[in-house]
Design a protein around this ligand. Structure first.
Ligand SMILES: *[C@@H]1O[C@H](CO)[C@@H](O)[C@H](O)[C@H]1NC(C)=O
Ligand SMILES: *[C@@H]1O[C@H](CO)[C@@H](O)[C@H](O)[C@H]1NC(C)=O
Ligand SMILES: *[C@@H]1O[C@H](CO)[C@@H](O)[C@H](O)[C@H]1NC(C)=O
Ligand SMILES: *[C@@H]1O[C@H](CO)[C@@H](O)[C@H](O)[C@H]1NC(C)=O
Ligand SMILES: *[C@@H]1O[C@H](CO)[C@@H](O)[C@H](O)[C@H]1NC(C)=O
Ligand SMILES: *[C@@H]1O[C@H](CO)[C@@H](O)[C@H](O)[C@H]1NC(C)=O
Ligand SMILES: *[C@@H]1O[C@H](CO)[C@@H](O)[C@H](O)[C@H]1NC(C)=O
Ligand SMILES: *[C@@H]1O[C@H](CO)[C@@H](O)[C@H](O)[C@H]1NC(C)=O
Ligand SMILES: *[C@@H]1O[C@H](CO)[C@@H](O)[C@H](O)[C@H]1NC(C)=O
Length: 539
């Protein structure tokens, strides 16, 4: 009887709910409050299981797996004099939890992160917001700025800020309810945008999830040019082809260091314990390597490897940026040690600092770095360790931060440095234990954002959308839910259990599970089957 009644209820309420969402979505208009003018607005309803196929130059989603939601697109005028507009997406799930989620961008894009609005936001009941940052482009390249500081400002922080404010209004008007808690998720440029929010607009979010942030642009990009210069030009005596990084050099790193953590699995759990010495693979007696079959490095190549894996100090002795970590060599030629100056780095100097599209990396010196610091064009840096307004009472905000220890674009040392600077500053100002408000998780073997060889699937940005889904959406497996549990229930995460899928695709099945540890703890091997997380601990 009871089940019959439930069945009857289910069959009558489901169509009604659909009608509510479709109708609400079609008829919704935004009442403007004066934050910034809105120049265009549209809304489209997707029922559960509908084909969602949205593409822009930065991000795309193509799935039939989402629950019902209303997709709103709003164009926000960021500067009336300049006529600049930011295009923002607000995705509103039928099954709303009351939570708000802003998703950041990547590189110099140019497109809302629609994949996370779907796979993280709508799928888990968040009302989500993401913006194109004020222009349309892929992540790789900044020639769209043409020296226009107004456009750079939109990309740097203003587009996110306006989207948060207008996004919140949209959400509350749509549901006719207050948002309960506000969250942020972003990696790389997205991590940088999130830290700007924490530092400058501290009440926008209750919890932020920051992945390997490019938060020190004025130093990251000169470092990127520096490591490129260490190996360029192609075919010089110091040039190192990608195959040599992935073969000869990486294999020797593993031979020297893989076993330090107790398991020979191709993953360095603590790369900082690896003091790589290239001399065993350096050609004897000054012999030059055979370029078609390199079994040893020239002295110049060996010197370049050592410098690539070392911190970078400018010619006046000042610290610029942390070096690459040993263990990630397979990825480094796709990052900054490539055959030409990396586009993220060269375009930063050309279009932000020098305003000269012909400038090149052979002119890099400490004066260029100083000029970048002085100008900080678009206020892209987010290195302020004073986060008291965000984390202290009454706001009590929480930061979860993650970084792959094989990051091929931003040295993991940069994430540790910011964490350490905040811990030091805040301790001097009464918050003795950084763990109370800011926790950093280091992911062995993972590259920038996702990928690599480690357990890299734990619910962070772009992972699920690229086939690296978390084991579950419980706080133990999903870092977004871990943040929610910390903010809403005071349950601070101590470790996560992440998945590695065969060839980084869940369609191929599970390869292994591993803990991810809270810095400064490391993943340690207890013994037993290395494919199961319970054979490891954080110590
Ligand atoms: C999905 O979107 C892409 C890009 O906009 C378009 O080329 C393609 O035809 C769409 N696919 C379907 C099945 O509608
Ligand atoms: C969407 O995904 C399907 C299957 O995953 C694929 O065959 C199709 O080409 C994709 N379409 C677009 C527009 O990406
Ligand atoms: C708005 O744009 C104009 C013209 O590009 C510029 O001079 C001004 O500084 C900008 N204002 C702000 C607040 O960005
Ligand atoms: C910017 O770079 C892209 C990609 O290299 C190129 O297609 C485009 O023409 C360039 N635009 C300008 C204005 O230089
Ligand atoms: C950069 O150069 C362009 C063209 O040479 C010029 O229009 C622009 O005003 C310059 N921007 C700055 C910030 O100097
Ligand atoms: C570098 O050397 C290889 C092998 O000799 C050759 O094929 C290639 O064209 C050279 N590249 C440059 C940029 O000189
Ligand atoms: C650099 O590498 C890219 C990708 O492998 C290749 O397309 C390009 O021709 C190379 N450029 C030089 C100067 O060797
Ligand atoms: C870089 O710029 C310098 C000085 O302007 C010039 O001599 C050199 O040829 C340029 N190199 C490249 C690869 O464009
Ligand atoms: C995974 O990648 C390896 C190397 O490319 C390949 O040999 C293997 O077949 C792949 N396995 C699956 C299940 O795709």
């Amino acid at each position: 009887m009871k089940s019959l009644l439930l069945l009857a209820l289910a069959s009558t309420t489901a169509p009604l709910a659909r009608a509510w969402g479709a109708e609400r979505c079609a008829s919704f208009t935004l009442k403007e409050s004066g934050v910034a003018p809105v120049s265009a607005f549209s809304a489209q309803f997707y029922d559960a299981g509908d084909f969602v196929n949205v593409t822009n130059p930065f991000s795309s989603i193509n799935t039939t797996s989402l629950p019902a939601f209303c997709r709103i697109q709003v164009a926000i005028v960021s500067n009336q004099t300049a006529g600049s507009v930011v295009n923002t997406e607000v995705w509103l799930p039928e099954a709303w939890t009351g939570r708000f989620l802003t998703v950041g961008n990547g590189g110099y894009a140019g497109g809302a992160t629609v994949e996370d609005l779907g796979y993280v936001g709508v799928a888990q009941g968040f009302a989500g917001v993401s913006t194109d940052t004020g222009h349309v482009s892929t992540a790789g390249g900044a020639n769209w700025t043409l020296g226009d500081v107004n456009a750079i400002t939109d990309w740097s922080w203003r587009a996110i800020r306006l989207s948060v404010l207008i996004g919140k209004e949209t959400v509350e008007q749509y549901y006719n309810q207050k948002i309960t808690k506000s969250y942020y998720l972003g990696c790389s440029t997205g991590g940088r945008q999130g830290l700007i929010e924490v530092q400058r607009f501290p009440t926008d979010f209750d919890g932020v999830l920051i992945g390997s942030p490019s938060n020190w642009m004025t130093h990251l990009q000169p470092w990127g040019l520096h490591v490129g210069n260490l190996v360029q030009p192609v075919n010089s005596s110091r040039w190192i082809p990608a195959e040599t990084w992935a073969g000869l050099i990486h294999n020797e790193v593993l031979r020297q260091c893989d076993g330090l953590d107790g398991v020979n699995d191709g993953i360095l759990n603590d790369p900082t314990a690896c003091h790589f010495d290239p001399s065993p693979i350096t050609c004897a007696g000054g012999t030059l390597p055979d370029p078609t079959n390199p079994i040893c490095l020239s002295a110049d190549q060996a010197d370049a490897v050592t410098k690539v894996l070392s911190d970078y100090y400018a010619e006046d002795g000042s610290f610029v940026f942390n070096g690459y970590y040993p263990g990630g060599e397979v990825g480094y030629p796709t990052g900054y040690v490539a055959n030409v100056s990396n586009v993220y780095a060269i375009d930063y100097e050309r279009y932000f600092v020098m305003n000269d599209s012909m400038w090149n990396a052979t002119s890099l010196n400490v004066d260029v770095i100083r000029l970048g610091d002085e100008l900080d064009v678009g206020r892209t840096n987010a290195i302020d360790p004073d986060i008291r307004p965000f984390v202290n009472a009454p706001h009590n905000g929480k930061i979860l931060h993650y970084v792959g220890l094989a990051d091929q674009l931003i040295s993991p040392g940069n994430s540790k440095l910011y964490h350490q600077n905040v811990a030091g500053f805040m301790a001097q100002h009464g918050r003795l234990d950084v763990d109370d408000f800011y926790r950093l998780f280091t992911v062995p073997g993972m590259q920038h954002w996702y990928g690599g060889f480690g357990a890299n699937a734990f619910g962070a940005s772009r992972q699920a959308s690229l086939g690296m889904t978390p084991l579950s959406h419980s706080p133990e497996n999903d870092i977004v839910q871990a943040l929610v549990a910390w903010v809403e229930h005071g349950r601070a995460p101590t470790q996560l259990i992440a998945a590695s899928w065969v060839n980084n695709s869940d369609a191929n099945g599970l390869a292994f599970t591993r803990p991810i540890c809270k810095f400064p703890l490391q993943v340690k091997y207890k013994g037993g089957n290395p494919n199961v997380a319970s054979s490891f601990f954080c110590g």
